[in-house]
Design a protein around this ligand. Structure first.
Ligand code: NI
Ligand code: MN
Length: 227
């Protein structure tokens, strides 16, 4: 599995023949100015919730690539009305695609589009095939529901967790989340994007994770890692 970080909460997960782009917010991200959204190829676009810092480039990329948008019912309807191909699902649901399985799981947050349109309930995704399994938590607080993931899904190869605090959990809660989901390989997201408000002390976060005998990665924007 290859994982490419495109800044904020946006990752491209390459799993078998599938290229799953999660939460594309690139053209509006000052830190991702070197990424051209027209260079990104994907087969599916997964949206955790409707906030602008997760969906900004979804429509443009979906229309150029023909990728299927996978999200909650309300977000799927919103993009279907714009002419995009969609697959709606809801929390607790598992869908078997040709490349593997996606399960939509709980997140504690909110979800509305920039124009005020209702965006359903926020979610995370667990994605797997016979070899690998990854969790993208979306924007969320630490929640006991995370304990369900190791009970219901294959062993996680890695997990993407928000660490920037203020709008989501911070790194201390993320270290507890790593324990709840039984995953030692954590990739940080949702930090540093908007100046100080979600700034993350990476050295302090690394210390907390190391004490818990877990690894946290802060990827460079544009970097790809193989797991
Ligand atoms: Ni959000
Ligand atoms: Mn966000």
């Amino acid at each position: 599995m290859n994982i490419t970080f495109y800044g904020h909460a946006c990752f491209l997960i390459e799993l078998g023949n599938a290229k799953l782009l999660i939460d594309p917010f690139i053209s509006g991200n000052e830190l991702a100015k070197h990424i051209n959204i027209d260079d990104i190829d994907c087969t599916h676009i997964l949206l955790t919730h409707a906030h602008q810092d997760h969906v900004l480039d979804a429509e443009a990329i979906a229309k150029r690539t023909g990728a299927t948008i996978v999200s909650n019912f309300e977000i799927a309807n919103y993009y279907q009305a714009k002419g995009c191909s969609v697959h709606p699902m809801a929390h607790g649901g598992c869908v078997n695609f040709d490349f593997g399985t996606i399960k939509m799981v709980n997140a504690i947050h909110t979800s509305s589009f920039a124009d005020g349109t209702y965006g359903g309930n926020p979610a995370g995704f667990v994605i797997w095939n016979s070899d690998e399994c990854i969790y993208h938590a979306g924007d969320t607080a630490l929640t006991m529901d995370m304990k369900l993931i190791p009970m219901q899904c294959p062993k996680l190869s890695a997990a993407i967790l928000p660490v920037g605090d203020n709008f989501t959990m911070g790194y201390k809660d993320a270290a507890v989340a790593a324990d709840f989901i039984d995953c030692d390989e954590i990739i940080a997201c949702h930090y540093d994007t908007f100046g100080d408000i979600i700034a993350c002390d990476q050295a302090a976060a690394t210390t907390v994770f190391n004490k818990a005998q877990k690894t946290i990665s802060f990827m460079e924007i544009g970097e790809t890692k193989s797991i």
